[in-house]
Design a protein around this ligand. Structure first.
Ligand SMILES: [Zn+2]
Length: 199
């Protein structure tokens, strides 16, 4: 707990004085981020750090493996879909980004089976991304290919949300996929036909 409080004190002493005006404006006028990022909860892949974003610039959803579930408006508890609806319909972001990463333990859980101690929710959650596994050549596929395939699957599932598809068709919204390599710090653009490093 001390590390958290120490971190907060550093924020108050070193960051807050320089950022105070920005926070005050955000409090006064509200947020109007142009980008929503869907990223893995992995502690090594912070979208604001990777994209060098300031507070107020990104609406962020983080979950296990950065998975977007398909559109399914029913009585279930859809935390990921709720965040996407808020970002697209309320904040009206103009960019949706799916950010996967290297060494994703959750993608590994999908390919090789969820850890036995985490099967209440993790197993059924990563099940959503199973089609990515076959797209990448099955369980024997290289993990980096599966990670890119999960990003493509999340982008495809975004298009099952009718108001996402509508906004994309109207040119108000664009979708982008990336994969962050933790080891090298290189960001890869994930497209339908392959991956390329961002220069
Ligand atoms: Zn991950």
């Amino acid at each position: 707990m001390d590390a958290l409080i120490d971190g907060y004190r550093r924020f108050r002493q070193e960051i807050w004085p320089a950022e105070r005006a920005r926070y005050e404006a955000l409090a006064r006028w509200g947020q109007s981020p142009e980008t929503m990022v869907i990223s893995c909860s992995d502690s090594r892949v912070d979208p604001q750090t990777v994209f060098g974003a300031a507070p107020g610039e990104m609406f962020v959803l983080r979950n296990v493996a950065a998975i977007v579930p398909p559109y399914r408006p029913d009585a279930g508890y859809h935390g990921a879909s709720a965040a996407i609806e808020f970002g697209v319909r309320v904040l009206k972001v103009s960019r949706l980004v799916a950010l996967g990463h290297a060494q994703c333990g959750d993608v590994r859980a999908m390919a090789l089976g969820a850890p036995p101690e985490a099967r209440d929710f993790v197993a059924s959650w990563v099940e959503i991304a199973m089609p990515a596994l076959s797209a990448a050549g099955g369980g024997a596929g290289r993990l980096d290919e599966i990670e890119a395939a999960v990003v493509r699957l999340s982008l495809a599932n975004l298009m099952t949300f009718p108001w996402v598809a509508e906004a994309v068709a109207a040119g108000r919204l664009s979708l982008h996929g990336f994969r962050f390599d933790i080891h090298t710090g290189v960001l890869w653009r994930v497209e339908a036909d392959g991956v390329t490093p961002v220069e």
